[in-house]
Design a protein around this ligand. Structure first.
Ligand code: ATP
Length: 394
């Protein structure tokens, strides 16, 4: 039995609401596992913490994150809490830079028969991964842009060092997917090399890496055409790799293909560390109402298990991560227990007291906030679905 420590940032807005059921699932998986044992340390950071203390990412939290085997981070930031220069509190961006998390991994999947905004041709499904470089690009000058009375400038930075690591990661991922029967082993470099020299440089480093992988297919696409094709023929993509700002925008388009941000997970991965968090923000407009969708967070936790399992060669962890992902796919496809953002009807105006709506089986000990999120997505359904598909069970 190997122990793994997970640093948990509960975040702002709906962050704690979606963290609670996710940790519950992970704890159940860990309790039943024969080969791994997860321990969780919750640490403060974010906009609410900044408003209280003047610190957005305390050094002690950073140290816990650095020492952990993986970092699970919920949504952070609140539109009304800002630094004096007007920018939002985003410790997740600081973490990416501090821990060298250059590869932002954003899977986009719509299974055959699953609901979504696009009508897919018969038999088609969407299954691609967008990799967003996450430490430089146009985010390089974040917080240090120059603004005068008459002009504003931000700097886009592409380095050989980060680009080489990024492309190696992308080709390795395509090879892993191909080996597991997911995708043809194609990597597409998404850029704007026809206009900017920085992107021609980016593309040339991609081409160098491509020559080291003759067994894989490599090609290029301009970012504007990619946006079009993501809507017209998303089933043709396998692994897309792009600059930070382009990736930021395309990953929301990817979330849209899946039916919304509530289903979009992500991982920011470096050579040593990795952070797993949903693509969406802290959704302050719905915080505290018990209607937030935890699936993006649960899918991010599934990616964490798969990453830890791959890193430490633990097949059981990989299998449990996969079971969690398939369980969510199944619940969404079958339309069971959906939240409002996925099309569930709004709750009736008059409702019986909570005590009569919650069975003690589904809602064990816990605060009201936890009970309400479980009502939106009954954990028992998810665990049952996971057990069915994993054969071993979560
Ligand atoms: P950020 O810039 O921090 O990524 P954002 O401005 O893009 O944040 P979000 O907080 O992601 O905004 O919210 C965008 C919309 O999506 C809001 O209407 C919000 O209620 C909804 N939303 C986001 N996440 C969820 C979720 N998990 N469940 C339900 N609705 C969500």
């Amino acid at each position: 039995m190997t122990a793994y420590s997970i640093a948990v940032f509960e975040g702002d807005g709906i962050g704690p609401e979606i963290t609670a059921p996710t940790l519950d699932l992970l704890q159940r998986a860990s309790a039943q596992a024969g080969s791994y044992d997860l321990s969780f340390t919750t640490v403060p950071a974010g906009a609410a913490h900044y408003a209280k203390t003047g610190e957005s990412l305390p050094e002690a939290s950073m140290q816990t994150a650095r020492a952990a085997d993986a970092i699970l981070l919920s949504a952070m930031g609140l539109p009304d809490v800002r630094y004096p220069d007007g920018t939002e509190i985003s410790p997740q961006i600081e973490l990416r830079k501090a821990l060298g998390l250059f590869a932002g991994v954003r899977p986009v999947t719509v299974r055959r028969g699953a609901p979504g905004p696009l009508t897919l041709p018969e038999g088609q499904e969407i299954d691609f991964v967008l990799i967003r470089e996450s430490t430089e690009g146009l985010f390089f000058s974040q917080g240090a842009g120059e603004v005068s009375e008459t002009e504003a400038r931000e700097t886009l930075r592409i380095t050989r060092d980060i680009s080489e690591k990024l492309f190696r990661f992308a080709f390795d991922l395509a090879a892993t997917r191909k080996a597991s029967g997911r995708g043809p082993g194609r990597v597409t470099c998404v850029d704007k090399a026809n206009v900017f020299r920085a992107f021609a440089f980016f593309r040339s480093i991609f081409d160098e890496e491509a020559t080291r992988h003759p067994e894989l297919i490599s090609d290029h696409a301009y970012v504007d055409a990619t946006a079009l094709w993501m809507v017209q023929k998303p089933w043709e993509f396998d692994v897309l790799v792009t600059e930070n700002m382009f990736g930021d925008i395309l990953s929301d388009l990817g979330a849209g293909l899946m039916g919304g941000l509530g289903l979009a997970p992500s991982a920011d991965i470096g050579l040593e560390h990795a952070v797993f968090q949903p693509c969406h923000g802290s959704a302050p407009d719905i915080a505290g109402q018990g209607v937030a969708n935890p699936f993006a967070m649960i899918l991010s936790a599934a990616m964490m298990l798969e990453w830890l399992g791959t890193k430490h060669d633990n097949e059981e962890m990989r299998r449990d991560g996969d079971a969690m992902r398939v369980a969510v796919d199944q619940v969404v496809t079958e339309g069971q227990a959906l939240t409002r953002d996925l099309g569930a009807p709004p709750p009736p105006k008059t409702r019986p007291p909570l005590s009569r709506r919650c069975s003690s089986h589904e809602y064990p000990a816990g605060r009201l906030r936890r009970r309400r999120i479980f009502r939106a997505v009954p954990l028992s359904k998810l665990v049952q679905a996971g057990a069915r598909v994993s054969r071993g069970g979560l």
